[in-house]
Structure formats: C-alpha cells, structure tokens
Design a protein around this ligand. Structure first.
Ligand SMILES: Nc1ncnc2c1ncn2[C@@H]1O[C@H](COP(=O)(O)O)[C@@H](O)[C@H]1OP(=O)(O)O
Ligand SMILES: [Mg+2]
Ligand SMILES: [Mg+2]
Ligand SMILES: [Mg+2]
Length: 310
C-alpha cells in the first residue's frame, strides 16, 4: 500500500469525525469565539477539530510534517478519541506510478479544521468545510474536503447529512459530480465576509451575469466543480496555504485550476510563507483560466505585488 493512498484514506476518516465534532459544538451552542486579529475568528470547533485531525494523523504518520491553521498549546491533548482507521473506498484506488515511491519527508499536510468560521458563527452552515491538503515536494497533489452540513436544509434524514469529497492528481475526484457551468454566461463566486475594493473592481471588470457571495475557500471551489460558478475570485490577501492546498489539488484532479492572480501555482513545502499574498483565482477548466487572469485589472495585481514585498 502506498503512503499517499494510506494518508488520503486516513484523512477521509478523520475529516468525517471532525465534521461530527463541528456539528456537536453547534448543537450544544457554546462556540467560545475569540478574534485572532481583525475579522479572523476561532471557535471551540476550530480548536477541537484541529486537535483531533493533527493528533490522529501524527499517531499514524509520526514522521510527516503537518501544518494546521490554529496555533494551539502543544501540550493540550485531543479530548476526543483519535481516529486511526482507514476509509476503505480510498484504499481500493491504485496509486499513480509517479507517487508510488514517495517518502515521509516529501510530504506536507495542510489542515484547515474549519473553513468558513465567520459563516459558522452566523449560522450559514453549508459554507463550512474541513480541509486536508496533501503536498508532495511542494506541489498540491491530493485534497479532502468534508462538508459537515451538506443537505442540511433539504434532508431530515440524519444519515444523509454531510459529504466527503476527495481527489488526487492523476486519479480524479470522488464524492462529487462535476458539472459544466452554464454556457454563454459568466457566474463568479467570491467572499461575503472579507470583501475589498480590489475584489469589487476585479469583479466589475469581468462584467459577470451573476455574483455569488458566500463563505469558505473549500465551499467556493465546490461551487466551481459543481458548475454553479465559472470562477472563484479573491484578488486580495487573507487566504493561507491551508485554505488552498486541498481545494487546489481537488480542482486539478478534475482538470480545473487554482492559482494566484498572475496565474502561478502556489508552493506548499514546509518552509513556504503561510499567507497567499497574491490572491486566489480558481476556475473549472484550465482552458478558461487565462481569461479570468487577464481580466483582473493591472492596478490590482501591482498593488498585491507591492504589498507582498513589504
Ligand atoms: N482576511 C482574512 N483573515 C482571516 N482569514 C481569512 C481572511 N480572508 C480569507 N480568510 C480565510 O479564507 C477563507 C475564504 O475566505 P472567504 O470566506 O472570505 O471567501 C475564509 O473562510 C478564511 O478561512 P477560515 O474560515 O478557515 O479562517
Ligand atoms: Mg480562520
Ligand atoms: Mg480557511
Ligand atoms: Mg479555518
């Protein structure tokens, strides 16, 4: 069994339990919110989900570097029992030849225990995802996106609540049906809680038919994959490597693309700067990516570049 398939399989299992914790904390209603900066919230769910994910994966893969969003006291153990099981459906997949021989030290796992925290605290629950991204030699190669409240408005059957999607470069994506967005239209999805003039100017320059303002990097990439939007636009600082690693890998696995505003892929080795200073642009197909990239005003791009060098 290859290391990568085992790692994705374990990540699917632990992401599912992290989702249960996120639902449990919301059900009990004690979110215990702190603001880490400006409009940068953390709840008990972010903390407990990260402790579970990082401790569980560390137990199975002690030599792999795992980087999580939340800065937590290293001495504080997970209060939840660890997940050391493997998702069987992933284990049946054959690892592409190029990844068969990778070593522990080639891998970095990027964990966003709860993406869309702002929306979580406001009850916009389907914007929330758990993101586990796997980078190999600095490249986003595989991603798990768990959406704990998928179907929550439609389904009364608790067994149909939530879904887990995973994808790997050279293998494809599972748990989601890819759909082409409507032809002859331009639908853009963007932030609802971290807006800026640069974002508004860029969207205006793209002359869209519709703009979908929703929370979460994971959630917006799912909208792109399911054909609800042609592109996810965030020409602004604020997203970090744990926001984009899993979404980037998942999109790539189905022929889409996630880059900075210049069209360059981000790197994900353990020494990279965490902030994605040059923004995020994601599209459903690599063939249309350049159009969106070129449509972002030059002034917006130059400003991001200047700020990133400061
Ligand atoms: N200015 C910011 N400060 C902190 N986190 C940000 C900021 N902008 C974006 N993010 C992170 O990127 C995600 C996508 O952005 P948005 O929801 O605004 O479209 C957010 O849910 C948040 O992740 P998280 O919720 O995990 O902290
Ligand atoms: Mg956060
Ligand atoms: Mg996030
Ligand atoms: Mg988060």
């Amino acid at each position: 069994m290859s290391l990568l398939i085992k790692l994705i399989s374990a990540s699917v299992s632990v992401a599912n339990k992290a989702g249960s914790i996120i639902r449990e904390i919301m059900r009990k209603g004690d979110l215990n919110i702190v603001d880490k900066g400006i409009n940068d919230l953390q709840t008990e769910a972010d903390r407990r989900a990260q402790r579970l994910i990082v401790s569980s994966l560390t137990k199975i893969f002690p030599k792999i570097t795992i980087i999580g969003e939340e800065q937590l006291d290293a001495n504080e153990a997970s209060s939840d029992s660890l997940v050391t099981s493997f998702d069987n459906s992933v284990l049946t997949v054959k690892c592409p030849q190029e990844y068969v021989d990778i070593k522990d030290e080639d891998v970095v796992v990027w964990v966003d225990p709860l993406d869309g925290t702002s929306e979580y605290t406001q009850g916009l629950l389907d914007h929330v995802t758990v993101l586990i991204g796997v980078a190999v030699k600095g490249e986003a190669v595989a991603g798990v996106i768990h959406q704990p409240y998928y179907n929550y408005k439609l389904e009364t059957d608790a067994s149909k609540l939530g879904r887990t999607i995973w994808g790997m470069n050279g293998v494809g994506a599972f748990g989601i049906n890819r759909k082409q967005p409507p032809e002859g239209k331009r639908i853009i999805t963007t932030t609802r809680s971290h807006s800026s003039k640069a974002i508004n100017d860029s969207i205006k320059a793209m002359n869209p038919d519709q703009v979908i303002e929703v929370g979460g990097a994971g959630h917006k990439v799912l909208l792109v994959i399911e054909g609800e939007a042609h592109a996810y636009i965030f020409p602004s600082p604020g997203c970090k490597k744990w926001d984009t690693c899993a979404p980037e890998a998942l999109l790539r696995s189905i022929g889409g693309k996630l880059t900075d505003v210049f069209g360059n892929s981000y790197k994900y080795d353990s020494t990279v700067k965490h902030a994605n200073d040059l923004g995020v642009l994601a599209t459903y197909s690599a063939a249309v990516h350049d159009w969106y990239c070129n449509a972002i005003p030059e002034e917006v791009k130059i400003n991001l570049l200047h700020k990133s060098n400061m």
